[in-house]
Design a protein around this ligand. Structure first.
Ligand code: GTP
Ligand code: MG
Length: 361
C-alpha cells in the first residue's frame, strides 16, 4: 500500500487489500505501507524500496507483490523485471474475485468482458509476455483459456461478448417493463461490498439466499417479493457491492445490473456499522450512486449492530441518521419495514387497499 498523506485511511485501505487477497484465495504474509507523497513514474515506490520488498519476499517465501494502486502496463513490467516477482495491482485482484464468483452465463460474460478490456491495452507490442502470466491469482476466470490468443482475436472476442451482453440487457429491460406494468414498487438494496445486503434482503423478503463472508459474493442480483405494512406487495432487489476505486471496466460491464438501481422507487443503503471506516464507505457508495445518476430516495440501514461498538453506532446515528438493524438477530427489521413504508408513501407510491389491514403488517 502507498500512503500519500491519507494517514489512517491508508491503513484501512491496506487492510482491505489484504482482505481482497484472501477472498481471491491468496495468503497475505506481509503488509507494507510506503509513505510517498509523490509516486515514481517508473517504479511507483522507487527502486530502493523495491529492493527491500524483494528481500522481504525472499524471507517470507512469497511469490507475488500486490499493489493497492492501479499500475500502468509499463510500471508492472518494470517492477516485475526489477524484483523477479509476480506483480498484481488492485484492479486485477478485484477482476479475479469477480471471475471466481461469476456462476451464471450473464455474470461470466460481464466478467470476461471486463477482464479483456483491462488486458487489451496491456498487450500492446508484446506477444510473448502473454504466456508469462502462468497461473494463480489474476489469471483465472472465463477468460483464462483465451489469454493465449493474439490481440486481434481478443478484439473479436470483445465484440462478440459485447453483443451477447446487449442481448442480456435487452432481456432485463423486458423484465423491467413487465414489472412496471404490474405497478409493484421496487426497492433496491445497495451498499459497500460485504455490508450485509444479501442477508438483510433475506430478512425482509420471502425466500432469499444466505449471505457470505466474502467480497463480491453477489454477482447476479436476485429480486424477491415482500410485503410492507400499509403499502402492500413490493419487490426487493439485491445488487453487486461497491468498493472504492471500482475498476471502470467492471462498472461498464455491470451497468445493466445497475440499471435496476436507477429504476428503483426507493433504495436501502446498507452500511456496516461494526467495521472501522464506515463514514468512508458511506461516502464511496453515495459518490458512485451520484456518478450513476441515481436520485431515488434512500433509507439508511446501519447493519450488524449486534457486533457494533455502542459508541460507533451512536456516532453514525448522530452524523447520518438511519435505522439500526441486525439481519442475523432480527433486531430493527420491523422498524426498517416501517421506515420503508413511510418513505414509499412519501415518494408517491399508492398503497394497495387491502394492505391497510393490520393482519398484513
Ligand atoms: N454479526 C452480523 N453479521 C452479519 C449481519 N448481516 C450480515 N452479516 C455477515 O456479514 C457477511 C456479509 O454478508 P452478506 O449479506 O453476504 O453481504 P453483502 O453486502 O451481500 O456482500 P457482497 O454481496 O459480497 O457485496 C456474512 O458473513 C454475514 O453473515 C448481522 O446483522 N450481524
Ligand atoms: Mg451479497
Amino acid at each position: 500500500g502507498v500512503d500519500r498523506g491519507e494517514g489512517p485511511e491508508a491503513e484501512a485501505y491496506l487492510s482491505e487489500l489484504a482482505e481482497l487477497t484472501r477472498t481471491a484465495g491468496g495468503v497475505p504474509v506481509k503488509k507494507v505501507l510506503v509513505f510517498r507523497p509523490h509516486l515514481d513514474p517508473r517504479y511507483l515506490v522507487g527502486l530502493g524500496k523495491l529492493e527491500e520488498l524483494k528481500s522481504l519476499a525472499y524471507h517470507e517465501n512469497a511469490s507475488t507483490l500486490i499493489f493497492g494502486l492501479e499500475l500502468t502496463p509499463t510500471q508492472a513490467r518494470e517492477i516485475e523485471k526489477a524484483t523477479g516477482l509476480k506483480v498484481l495491482d488492485r484492479t486485477q485482484l478485484i477482476l479475479d474475485i469477480f471471475a471466481l464468483h461469476a456462476k451464471t452465463p450473464e455474470a461470466q460474460t460481464q466478467v470476461e468482458l471486463a477482464q479483456l478490456r483491462y488486458l487489451l491495452p496491456r498487450l500492446v507490442g508484446k506477444g510473448k509476455e502473454l504466456s508469462r502470466l502462468g497461473g494463480g491469482i489474476g489469471t483465472r476466470g472465463p477468460g483464462e483459456t483465451k489469454l493465449e490468443v493474439d490481440r486481434r482475436r481478443l478484439q473479436e472476442r470483445i465484440a462478440h461478448l459485447s453483443h451477447k451482453l446487449q442481448e442480456y440487457t435487452r432481456r432485463r429491460e423486458e423484465a423491467r417493463r413487465q414489472r412496471k406494468r404490474r405497478g409493484v414498487p421496487l426497492i433496491a438494496v445497495v451498499g459497500y461490498t460485504n455490508a450485509g445486503k444479501t442477508t438483510l434482503l433475506q430478512a425482509l423478503a420471502r425466500g432469499g439466499e444466505p449471505g457470505e463472508d466474502k467480497f463480491f459474493a453477489t454477482l447476479r442480483p436476485l429480486t424477491r417479493r415482500g410485503f410492507l405494512p400499509g403499502v402492500g406487495e413490493v419487490l426487493f432487489t439485491d445488487t453487486v457491492g461497491f468498493i472504492r476505486q471500482m475498476p471502470k471496466e467492471l462498472l461498464t460491464a455491470f451497468r445493466a445490473t445497475l440499471e435496476e438501481v436507477r429504476e428503483a422507487d426507493l433504495l436501502i443503503h446498507v452500511l456496516d456499522a461494526s467495521e472501522e471506516g464506515a463514514m468512508g464507505r458511506y461516502r464511496v457508495v453515495e459518490e458512485l450512486l451520484a456518478e450513476l445518476g441515481v436520485e431515488a430516495l434512500r433509507v439508511l440501514a446501519l447493519s450488524k449492530v449486534d457486533r457494533a461498538a455502542p459508541y460507533d453506532l451512536f456516532y453514525l446515528r448522530e452524523k447520518l441518521g438511519g435505522v439500526p438493524v441486525s439481519a442475523l438477530k432480527g433486531t430493527g427489521v420491523s422498524e426498517l419495514r416501517e421506515a420503508l413504508a413511510e418513505a414509499l408513501l412519501k415518494v408517491g407510491v399508492r398503497p394497495q387497499p387491502w394492505a391497510q389491514a393490520p393482519q398484513y403488517t
